[in-house]
Design a protein around this ligand. Structure first.
Ligand code: SF4
Ligand code: SF4
Length: 262
């Protein structure tokens, strides 16, 4: 099962970037696409940007059709997972006989597989960047192949580096919230802000450009131009804004969200 909840699996062996493993996945293998059924894939902000663009739909439509809302364990943060089909195998909606329909834009978790990743501490002031582990499932025959990878070469080959870099602010936010005491709770408005800036980029764009947001949070002209033109820049701007909003004064959002919130 593909899962990026590190707490769901007890990592058998911690791997660092230089550790090696044997693995090869290809259309001729007997288990081909077996791992794309009965899965749990939490989506990241950048995953949604790629997938909704690939499918030619809005973020609202993508969220409605392809995702299931969840509360992320130990954080109380609203996240989404990929909605599986209601078929006997609970297949991913994008899996076909000949592979993944959205392969070039597949989610981060699919790119990592068969690696799992666990982040231990948020990046600021942390000397522990987390670790990797193999999700060694019996149905996956890829481990019987001879191709040797290091964690580092696998990440590069699968384009994980790019995804992780663009999701870094968001991942840090999750890990940081996870380290907060349980007694620190989110307001409903803060959760809505988190969800919008994380996942609903089209709503966030309207929030920035069609409300008093830019009056209340003045930005340099170049920044405004960049986030108007470039969706990735808008996403990263949103995640930075979110972090400032939620962690201001080192306290997690026991406060009112700004006026103009949807
Ligand atoms: S080798 Fe593993 S990753 Fe590849 S299709 Fe089979 S189960 Fe999935
Ligand atoms: S998105 Fe593609 S790679 Fe990921 S589970 Fe679905 S079909 Fe498989």
């Amino acid at each position: 099962m593909i899962s990026n909840d590190a707490t769901a699996a007890i990592p058998p062996v911690r791997l660092s970037l230089k550790n090696q493993f044997k693995f090869r996945c290809h259309p001729g293998i007997s288990c081909f696409t077996r791992c794309c059924r009965g899965i749990n894939i939490m989506l990241t902000p950048y995953d949604i940007l790629r997938l909704k663009k690939r499918l030619g739909i809005s973020s609202e439509e993508f969220l409605k059709i392809y995702t299931v809302p969840q509360l992320l364990e130990k954080t109380d943060l609203p996240v989404v997972t990929l909605r599986l089909l209601d078929d006997p195998d609970n297949s991913c909606p994008f899996v076909r006989e000949d592979g993944c329909l959205v392969y070039d834009d597949r989610p981060t978790t699919c790119r990592y597989y068969p690696l799992g990743v666990a982040a231990l501490s948020h990046q600021q002031g942390s000397d522990d960047e987390g670790f990797y582990f193999l999700i060694d499932e019996p149905h996956c025959r890829g481990f019987e192949e001879e191709k040797v990878w290091s964690v580092e070469t696998w990440r590069r080959d699968q384009g994980v580096d790019v995804h992780d870099e663009l999701n870094a602010e968001w991942t840090d936010l999750l890990v940081r919230k996870r380290s907060f005491p349980k007694s620190v709770e989110l307001t409903e408005q803060s959760k809505q802000m988190f969800f919008m800036a994380s996942y609903n980029i089209d709503q966030f764009r309207r929030f920035v450009f069609e409300s008093s947001f830019l009056k209340r949070h003045p930005q340099a002209a170049e920044t405004v131009e960049r986030i108007r033109e470039d969706e990735i820049a808008l996403m990263q701007f949103g995640l930075r804004w979110l972090k400032g909003l939620l962690f201001r004064a080192d306290e997690f959002a026991r406060r009112q969200a700004p006026s103009g919130a949807p």
